[in-house]
Ligand binder design. Structure first.
Ligand code: BDR
Ligand code: CA
Length: 333
């Protein structure tokens, strides 16, 4: 019997999702059962294509399942997503010195076109099937809007007893990006996030407060570039792109650096010490459609009126995180 940790990743790939997938594939301690895709950073066609690109680049046979193209409910009301300004608070794109739009994620990751194909089954059905047949030993790591997981729980609530734990990237305690009160993944599908948080499954939330303390720097980029392998160069390019975008739209406390949000969830599974100041709290999502739509409300009171349901990470160990990722990338030739 294998003593590897069984994992399913659910991603809106995306540059930082890409690094999360790489980390899971490269770690000898993880058995990655599949990657499900969801719309978020980009439309579902792009997030699925990008996921296949990453899997192919690593010569992996991990199956990829296409999931939901729209949030569960949020998009039904134009007013709810109308004020979104592209995760920055900036209403107009900025241009780089070549006159190109500065962006966190391009439609297609800078990797060869995928040769492998997505599986014929829908991600949500595959998730339900796989979890129901499991021994309750699978960790879910969602790194995009929680639509697929919310849908799966609604369709087959018995999966909740079968999920070992959910470690998701999303939410904010004091740090936000989509609006003044919300983080992108939760804002994109607040109802799905609330379903996950009230599911009874052990949940760890890795919010912006933690991921903005786990940034990659120019030194990290240089170390990757010096490896001179196609994978390391691709990751160095992604890091560069993200630093340029963060400098333009969300300058970080650590000068000239950028978070690789999603990879922190996988890193946490491999080494819990990468997260710091993890507190067990009551967390609910605002689904009211008001100014705080998609906010993760963390109850810090000594006596919350609803049971605590979520471990929330408020910090991270940057060097521990970047060292783990860089060392894993070095193992692939
Ligand atoms: C989250 O939003 C996406 O852009 C990133 O991939 C990450 O999952 C950060 O708010
Ligand atoms: Ca993501």
């Amino acid at each position: 019997m294998s003593d590897k940790m069984k994992v399913i990743l659910d991603c809106d790939t995306g540059s930082d999702d890409a690094v999360a997938i790489m980390t899971a594939i490269l770690s000898p301690r993880i058995e990655l059962l599949g990657v499900t895709t969801v719309a978020g950073n980009k439309e579902i066609n792009f997030t699925t294509d990008n996921t296949l690109r990453v899997v192919d680049m690593l010569r992996s046979k991990v199956p990829v399942y296409r999931g939901c193209a729209e949030s569960m409910v949020a998009k039904l009301l134009p007013s709810r997503h109308g004020s979104y300004s592209g995760m920055t608070g900036v209403t107009q794109d900025k241009l780089d010195e070549k006159g190109e739009v500065i962006s966190y994620h391009h439609d297609r990751l800078p990797m060869p076109d995928p040769v492998s194909r997505e599986q014929p089954e829908h991600a949500v059905w595959w998730l339900i099937d796989t979890l129901m047949k499991s021994d309750g030993d699978i960790t879910l790591i969602p790194t995009g809007p929680l639509t697929n997981i919310g849908m799966a729980i609604r369709l087959e609530p018995r999966i909740c007893k079968k999920i070992k734990q959910i470690i998701f990237m999303g939410g904010g305690f004091k740090v936000f990006n989509a609006t003044s009160a919300s983080e992108f993944n939760i804002w994109a599908d607040p109802e799905a996030a609330q379903i996950v948080l009230t599911s009874g499954v052990p949940v760890t939330m890795v919010p912006l407060d933690a991921t903005h303390q786990a940034n990659f720097t120019r030194e990290d980029e240089a170390e990757l570039r010096a490896m001179n392998t196609p994978l390391a160069t691709a990751v160095a390019d992604l890091v560069d792109e993200r630093i340029v975008a963060y400098n333009a739209y969300q300058p970080q406390e650590l000068h000239d650096s950028a978070p690789i949000h999603d990879a922190l969830c996988v890193a946490y599974l491999l080494d819990p010490e990468v997260l710091q100041d993890v507190r067990f709290m009551r967390v609910d999502v605002d689904i009211s459609g008001g100014f705080a739509d998609g906010a993760t409300l963390c109850d810090t009171r000594a006596y919350p009126d609803r049971p605590r349901n979520c471990h929330v990470a408020l910090g991270a160990d940057r060097l521990r995180f970047s060292r783990m990722i860089i060392d894993l990338i070095r193992t692939f030739r």
